[in-house]
Design a protein around this ligand. Sequence first.
Ligand code: MSP
Length: 519
Amino acid sequence: MGKKFYITTPLYYVNAEPHIGHSYTQIATDAIARFHRFLGDNVYFMTGTDEHGEKIEKASIEAGHKKGDEKAFVDEIYERFKELWDNLDVDYDYFIRTTDKKHKEAVKYILKKLNKKGDIYKKKYRGYFCTPCEMFWSDFQAEGGICPDCKRELERIEEDNYFFKISEYQEWLTEYIESHPDFIKPDSRRNEILGLLNNNKLIDLCISRPKNRLRWGIEVPFDKDYVVYVWFDALINYISGPGYPHDMKKFKRLWPADFHIIGKDILRHHAIYWPIMLKALGLDMPKTIFAHGWWVFKGEKMSKSKGNIVDPYYLVGTYGRDTFRYFLLRDMPFGLDGSFTEDSIVRRHDSDLANDLGNLLNRTLTMVEKYFDGTIPPKPGPADVSEGGRRLSGIIKTLPDRLKDDMSGLDLNGALSSIWELVNAANKYIEDSKPWALFKEKEEVRLKQFIHNLIEGLGLAAITILPFMPSTARAMWRQLGFKEDIDKLDFKAIKRSGLSKPGIKVKKSKPLFPRIKSG
Ligand code: MSP
């Protein structure tokens, strides 16, 4: 059994269909999880849906459901998320819904525990609430009654509510973040949270909504007139999913999480409320909270209410699942923002996938067919000492460790660049070696060395591409004629060179990525 690796995504709100922002977090987390399976780790990848709260209650009514029928509504949208993840080849281990019985029981258990401990009290809440963000804002934070995050008009509320004493944990949290440099990543996000903690006094967190305003939520276990604030409910998924408190054996095996992958929009909830909730419960902190950037569309973050949503179903249907996965992971460094245009998908598809990768496979297999009747020839003794040959072998040797480095810092885009260095070196090797001339001049030894080097490079490319584009990797592997199950290979296998074995019959088939634009 390998090392435990527990990784999570946020729970997506089921007020509307999934969009490319959600797909991005999901595909990135999938690639990281797949890479760790590859390292031989014992991976637990958890995702799910956030199903309570005012935003969803409203959406349910807008969709034509009666008040009280929210479950039917969330069931429909939850299916759409699951369908999309299947469509995008996302291989998670567990899907949690906040309407699951075990989760609801965990939320109640935790509330009772914190209440007993004296961390919860009741008082009048006077301030604002933003339904689209599901956020409370104080008078001081909400200048002019406008949401500091989404800039929409806020709802003024005055109601008795329950509060969680987060202010008492401020000093502890600041010190914890300061002494754990890997706790919040990237560093820019860590500095943002430290800046916030060092320059402001935390206000206790309102964790309830009275039932006369909102019914769609988990009932507060010690007051039947209230439901739990949706963020307090949802964050608990990260521990209720792996078993807290109903299966403590499983929980102890999995907790603490190795990574919480989130978007930067929900950093405060994860880097302030969540650690304090855990501390109050006497539980360990997750190892790293990584906040990635946003896909922006004409300068604005994509969101349903802004009407600038890009439909992932359309993109997958038009360009293919792996082009979509590749584009998202390659075009924007994980951690920074990127601007979305359909033209850039086409560009990535035609240049990196059709020209560089697809052509490389196609040209190589054509040469095996033409020069060696489709069968990998016996290996000649000496290695190819040409500049191109040495460069390619050098990359083949160092790539696995480079990828390990890239991925340990979650540099997904860097990992893909490293793989493309191999692809580009292999293409250059073909240009420089002029195999057609070697064939004409009957330079058999050099031609055999050349084919072996290329097949070796392509085999490694297929293996390393698998976490990012699983279907492409499998298709390459099949065409290369390799017999081992690519999904069962691990890191040790990539380090062991010698994929290219004499006698393997290649199976050239249709191009992996037909060009979209001609030329
Ligand atoms: N339900 C909360 C999270 C609770 S976690 C305990 C929530 N849900 S959400 O549906 O709004 O999803 C937010 C997440 O979707 C972001 O944190 C991010 O991971 C992803 N994205 C949503 N829009 C995005 C972009 N435009 N670009 C990149 N990712 C974005 O917040």
